[in-house]
Design a protein around this ligand. Structure first.
Ligand code: SF4
Ligand code: SF4
Length: 83
């Protein structure tokens, strides 16, 4: 059996499947087909199936009502506090 290895992030965004409520807005909104559905009877959440297609438009970040999709850590500039 072949399974696609699930990705939790692309170069631009990260998906926290624990927060996902499977509304599918992100799947419908992504213009590049990056996101896909895991739609089993007791196991439903969005997943990142084609991370290389992500262009970083952030439409999925804006459309998600659960804030399950956020900008990838690699794109966040951390402000280090100097004590
Ligand atoms: S940032 Fe844009 S291209 Fe990337 S997954 Fe989200 S909607 Fe799709
Ligand atoms: S928009 Fe958010 S809650 Fe809806 S399927 Fe996508 S990640 Fe899950």
């Amino acid at each position: 059996m072949l399974h696609r290895i699930p990705h939790h992030s692309t170069k631009y965004i990260s998906l926290d499947t624990r927060l996902c409520q499977a509304c599918w807005k992100c799947v419908e909104t992504c213009p590049n087909g990056v996101l896909d559905k895991v739609n089993l009877p007791f196991h439903k959440h969005a997943r990142i199936s084609w991370p290389d297609n992500c262009k970083g438009c952030q439409k999925c970040v804006r459309v998600c009502p659960e804030k399950a999709i956020t900008l990838s850590q690699t794109n966040i500039h951390h402000n280090k506090e100097i004590a």
